[in-house]
Design a protein around this ligand. Structure first.
Ligand SMILES: NC(=O)c1ccc[n+]([C@@H]2O[C@H](COP(=O)([O-])OP(=O)(O)OC[C@H]3O[C@@H](n4cnc5c(N)ncnc54)[C@H](O)[C@@H]3O)[C@@H](O)[C@H]2O)c1
Ligand SMILES: O=C(O)C(=O)C[C@]1(C(=O)O)C=C[C@@H](O)C=C1
Length: 301
């Protein structure tokens, strides 16, 4: 495959930044990589693991000569990270990101870099782990990357960014940012909120001692604990930056939960059975489409 970019700078060398660096090294070896993280220990570890070819001492230095810059910092830090890059950016560079919410992040990036090409993106791939040891090259294989360009964006630039993501294994979808935020609110953000809630509820129950929570966590609860172990900084920022869509989906969820609560109280088995039958079909279609994380990540542990 021809290389869509000559030099990619990655700002933030945790799970996402590290995985992109490793993936480019493995699947697009003709593309040079540089990186920067504001945390000194992370920079040291990134260099030891070879997450990127060169670890710089500043964002400005990392982006010098790069034709693509990918910001891989928490959603709330995007604007600041972009501003740190500004003095070193070449006029032709495309600036992108991997933030889990898109409207607020796109706005922050456009405000920070008004004279540059900003094309936001969100790879729908991740784990509950974070930091420079969490990344792995195959993270994006077969996973979606949603690109949310401005309506008047140059199609050729969007195509180059798409080629980069496809080159490291992702399938690309172009989407309106507000639509992205509503879809992800229900498929990713709300599930995380539910997991954070239920694990907290179990912890707070007086009759469920900590040891019982651990002892009996082989069932459904265990899956929730994995999700609830996700990075607190990132998820605080996701909920604050996508609050409108999350609150809308939370309202719908609460209404549906109340319906099920009513059915249980009334002993209405038919309602429960019908509901569970419908949700079982959704799970089966996800597995058939090959979108099951457990399957997609199979073999990496
Ligand atoms: N974790 C996931 O599953 C997942 C999946 C898709 C997208 N994302 C998005 O990817 C982004 C990064 O998430 P992650 O999981 O890689 O987090 P992470 O905590 O593993 O890595 C983030 C890194 O950014 C660094 N950082 C923070 N502020 C900075 C700044 N101003 N300048 C330079 N470095 C800075 C931190 O030191 C950290 O090393 C977030 O925006 C998140 O929404 C995460
Ligand atoms: O698999 C997981 O651990 C994830 O939470 C990954 C996940 C998701 O919800 O699907 C989390 C946040 C992202 O923005 C994208 C992917």
């Amino acid at each position: 495959m021809s290389t869509p970019f000559h030099k990619v700078a990655i700002i933030g060398l945790g799970l996402l930044g590290g995985s992109i660096g490793l993936a480019i090294g493995e699947y697009l070896p003709g593309v040079a990589t540089t990186g920067y993280d504001r945390n000194r220990a992370t920079r040291r570890r990134a260099a030891e693991r070879g997450l990127v070819q060169t670890v710089a001492d500043s964002a400005e230095e990392a982006v010098a000569g790069a034709d693509l810059v990918i910001l891989c910092v928490p959603p709330g830090a995007m604007g600041e990270a972009a501003m740190d890059c500004a003095p070193g950016l070449s006029a032709e560079a495309i600036i992108s990101d991997v933030g889990s919410s898109k409207v607020a992040v796109a706005k922050a990036l456009a405000e920070a870099l008004p004279n540059h090409t900003v094309i936001p993106a969100h790879p729908v791939a991740g784990t509950e782990n974070s930091g420079p040891d969490a990344g792995f090259a195959s993270l994006f294989q077969g996973r979606w990357c949603i690109i949310t360009p401005a309506q008047d964006e140059d199609a050729a630039k969007v195509a180059r960014l798409s080629a980069l993501w496809e080159g490291i294994g992702a399938r690309v979808e172009i989407m309106d940012p507000a639509h992205h935020d509503r879809v992800l609110a229900v498929t990713s953000h709300l599930p995380h909120l539910i997991a954070y809630t239920i694990v907290g509820t179990a912890r707070d129950l007086e009759e469920v001692t900590e040891s019982e929570v651990i002892k009996y966590s082989a069932g459904g609860f265990r899956d929730f604990t994995r999700i609830a172990a996700s990075d607190p900084t990132m998820w605080r920022d996701v909920f604050l930056s996508n609050r409108t869509a999350v609150l809308e989906m939370l309202q719908r969820f609460t209404e549906d939960l109340t319906e099920l609560q009513k059915a249980i109280r009334k002993g209405d088995g038919e309602t429960l059975f019908d509901h569970f039958t419908r949700t079982r079909a959704i799970r089966r279609s996800i597995v058939e489409m090959g979108q099951d994380t457990a399957q997609a990540n199979f073999g990496r542990d």
